[in-house]
Design a protein around this ligand. Structure first.
Ligand SMILES: [Zn+2]
Ligand SMILES: [Zn+2]
Length: 263
């Protein structure tokens, strides 16, 4: 299954809902989970997320497609940016819809869209160790918020290939403890392979540690074009097995079940 695909609703992805379903069928996937960006509440940027008034149309679109399509399971998810001060309002807005899972993500560090190529310059005058610390702080807060079923691309902060001088083992360990206690499922995302860092989120040493802490995982491509659906899942499955994983999590109506990873 691919639990993280976007659509044209977010303004920076190509393809309509049905194009992604067609691509998933062609790839032989058994499930596809739409996970487009939840509207930003503090700013309007049509090139980043749908507007609040588009949310009902997104939900209806996915549910209608589920009605019409028999050969593949279609799930309704959404990728929600974690902003500590907005989460009560966000929770209220999400309540109205029958999501199969809610995916949390950190794309902003105190207002800086650190994974947005438009703001790449900022890295030049940042202390990378502090950037990593702040990212993981917010990520852990997101896990503790109790709002999310899944946490997307857990080490997104590596996207442009800026790593702290020493391997951030202590940050990983602290995060893994919080992840285990929160019960949130970690997303293994092949999107990193298509970015400057050129590797899967999370890194292998991080994924090994997550497994040691018995943190469950799910799988996503973060496709922003139908051709990216299920991208490099063969590599992701090899990595998962190497890290010690034997099963991944599937969702339905926010309930989970485990699916064995094929060997
Ligand atoms: Zn994301
Ligand atoms: Zn995404």
């Amino acid at each position: 299954m691919d639990y993280h695909v976007h659509t044209a609703f977010c303004g920076h992805a190509g393809g309509m809902l049905e194009d992604y379903v067609r691509a998933a069928l062609e790839k032989g996937l058994s499930e596809i989970g739409f996970c487009d960006h939840f509207p930003l509440l503090h700013m309007r940027d049509p090139s980043l997320t749908m507007a609040p008034e588009e949310l009902p149309r997104y939900v209806e679109g996915v549910l209608r497609l589920r009605e019409e399509t028999g050969d593949i399971k279609i799930l309704l998810g959404i990728e929600v940016d974690f902003f500590p001060s907005q989460m009560d309002e966000v929770a209220g807005l999400l309540e109205a819809y029958p999501f199969d899972y809610l995916t949390g993500a950190v794309h902003f560090l105190d207002g800086w869209g650190f994974d947005d190529p438009r703001y790449l310059e900022e890295y030049r005058w940042k202390d990378i160790s502090l950037v990593w610390e702040r990212y993981f702080q917010l990520a852990m807060e997101a896990l503790k918020s109790g709002l999310f079923d899944v946490f997307a691309h857990p080490d997104l902060v590596k996207k442009f290939g800026f790593f702290p001088p020493d391997p951030p083992i202590d940050l990983y360990r602290e995060f893994c403890e919080v992840a285990r206690d929160s019960g949130v499922v970690m997303e293994v995302s092949t999107a990193g392979l298509r970015k400057p860092v050129g590797e899967i989120y999370p890194s292998e040493d991080f994924l090994v540690m997550l497994n040691r802490f018995q943190v469950p995982v799910t799988l996503g491509s973060d496709a922003h074009h139908p051709s990216e659906v299920g991208h490099a899942f063969d590599q992701a499955l090899v990595l998962l097995r190497r890290a010690g994983y034997r099963e991944i999590v599937a969702f339905e109506g926010r309930d989970r079940r485990s699916i064995p990873i094929p060997s």
